[in-house]
Write a protein that binds this ligand. Structure first.
Ligand SMILES: Cc1cc2nc3c(=O)[nH]c(=O)nc-3n(C[C@H](O)[C@H](O)[C@H](O)COP(=O)(O)OP(=O)(O)OC[C@H]3O[C@@H](n4cnc5c(N)ncnc54)[C@H](O)[C@@H]3O)c2cc1C
Length: 485
């Protein structure tokens, strides 16, 4: 029987035209498929006008439109509130159904429920598909059919489930079904420019779109075998840098897991491939935690830790400002914050170091740091950011134990032993020796002056003493000791 339905595919965090669950399903079950992306004014309005993520999205939409045009279709790009735009466009086009890939963030879930209700009231369907994760929140469970809250057993169960259900990684091809794509209007592509949507023109922070993701992945495959070692050293090019592409779906998580799995099975990926696969599983883990526990957005995963009394007032505000601006006097922390502020990226090891420093050395509430990262990170993604912060603050599931407190100088000596990363991001310390650079306050004023550094003028002295801060933190956490043990 011929299928005569018309449908609309609404792209959100899945900006690609390959291995795409919603687009594939729409194309294989409809006669005509219209593709749309909505610049959501509720999300864009509060952002700075030079936001790097908006530039990335803008460039990725151009790439998606070009690919859809190659296939005979096009991308319709609109601006406004999705609750207004999507039902109105669906009515204008007379579609029977709107297809999306599921988004598990609490606000997105709420938005989708409202859009779905509006469409349904108008006699149209809202169809949502798993695409962003390998397993959704109810798919990997304990033997007692409950949720996991510790990563390693979750990972083992995840791998077992994948082995039992290899079809989970099946590709959702587009090319051979592209005939159903709605043809573009006459004339050249007319996507809105950054200025049209109220932003300053500028380049994305790294190569955008599907081709940008694939180029990064190809480059990383050659380095993957060494990932297990290299991933911990911020001065090395040891990780994939694919996080922003996973965030906006310019690559497919199934494609990455398929490739990593093949490299594990063939042995070509060395030990690094299985370590990298574990990181992709961490991503699913935190997505599952957030989807099952939306309260973690602003509360501790472990409720007992909501009783913690973080520092507040003017002194805490000043310490927080010093942290944000990379003026703590701890070179590795300041270098990491400089990398974040100038590029929008921060290496994973340094996310752990800076988050630990804010919460355990400065005693500042993890939520303040989490919000700052949300503003600055190119790859900001609620589930992983929240999970990472609650891990560092010891308030999360499977978190760093509260009594384990990173020493920022030891971390520096261990993970930037030669001081290369510090020299790159804190040039004021560039002439200090490898021995001196990790703790400049221990170097005599004469030696520092010979190297062009006066503490307090060229580079700050430490804003807190780590040993004292550590003691205060142990006291602060003692109140939850009983509940946590
Ligand atoms: C405090 C803190 C905040 C973080 N905030 C974010 C965030 O907003 N967005 C984000 O994508 N990641 C976040 N992470 C996780 C991790 O730091 C980044 O995913 C990683 O640094 C991105 O670099 P990459 O793509 O080169 O990673 P790779 O090392 O190449 O890893 C591959 C992919 O695995 C996933 N991944 C890796 N590590 C983790 C992890 N610990 N948790 C969840 N997924 C992981 C990412 O999707 C990453 O792109 C955070 C970690 C911490 C400690």
């Amino acid at each position: 029987m011929m299928n005569m339905s018309n449908s609309l595919v609404w792209f959100r965090r899945d900006l690609r035209a390959f291995d795409h669950a919603a687009l594939h399903t729409a194309l294989t079950s409809s006669n005509r498929v219209h593709c749309v992306f909505v610049y959501d004014s509720g999300i864009l309005d509060p952002l700075p006008r030079d936001d790097r993520r908006v530039r990335f999205i803008h460039a990725s939409l151009a790439s998606l439109d070009a690919e859809l045009r190659r296939l005979g279709g096009f991308l319709d790009v609109r601006q406004g509130q999705p609750l207004d735009v999507i039902p109105a466009l669906a009515a204008e086009l007379g579609v029977d159904a709107v297809y999306v890939n599921a988004d598990y963030e609490p606000e997105a879930v709420e938005r989708d429920a409202r859009v779905a209700a509006s469409l349904e009231a108008d006699g149209r369907k809202f169809l949502s598909f798993k695409d962003q994760v390998i397993f959704e929140k109810d798919e990997v469970l304990t033997l007692a059919k409950g949720p996991f809250s510790v990563f390693t057993p979750y990972k083992n169960a995840w791998l077992k489930r994948l082995a039992a259900m290899p079809e989970t990684l099946a590709n959702y091809p587009i090319d051979q079904y592209a005939d159903a794509l709605a043809a573009p209007p006459p004339g050249p592509s007319a996507l809105p420019s950054l200025q049209d949507i109220g932003f300053e023109p500028g380049e994305p922070p790294l190569p955008a779109g599907m081709e940008g993701a694939e180029a990064l992945f190809e480059d990383f495959i050659a380095r993957m075998a060494d990932y297990g070692r290299a991933r911990d050293f911020p001065a090395e090019d040891g990780t994939s840098r694919l996080s922003i592409h996973l965030r906006f779906g310019t690559t497919s998580i199934r494609h990455l897991v398929r490739s990593a799995q093949q490299l594990v099975l063939s042995g070509a990926g060395g030990l690094g491939a299985s370590v990298w696969l574990s990181e992709l599983i961490w991503r699913d883990f935190y997505q599952m935690i957030l989807a099952r526990n939306p309260q973690v957005v602003d509360r501790s995963f472990k409720p007992a830790f909501d009783a913690l009394e973080w520092e507040t007032g003017e002194e805490a505000d000043a310490l927080f400002a010093a942290w944000c601006e990379g003026r703590t006097g701890y070179p590795l922390v300041d270098a990491a914050m400089a990398q974040l502020n100038r590029t929008g990226f921060m290496h994973n090891r340094l996310r752990m170091v800076t988050a630990s420093f804010l919460t355990k050395d400065l005693g500042v509430d993890w939520r303040r740091g989490e919000r700052y990262f949300a503003l600055r990170l190119n790859d900001y993604e609620l589930a992983s950011n929240n999970g990472g912060w609650q891990w560092a603050a010891s308030t999360g599931c499977d978190a760093q134990p509260w009594f384990r407190i990173f020493n920022p100088v030891s971390q520096s000596l261990r993970f930037d032993a030669q001081g290369e990363f510090i020299r790159e991001w804190v040039p004021a310390l560039g002439r200090l020796s490898t021995k001196e650079i990790h703790a400049p306050w221990l170097v005599s004023a004469e030696v520092l002056a010979e190297k062009g550094v006066v503490l307090g003028r060229d580079y700050p002295g430490p804003v807190v003493e780590h040993d004292k801060a550590r003691k205060r933190t142990l006291e602060r956490f003692a109140i939850v000791k009983k509940a946590a043990s």
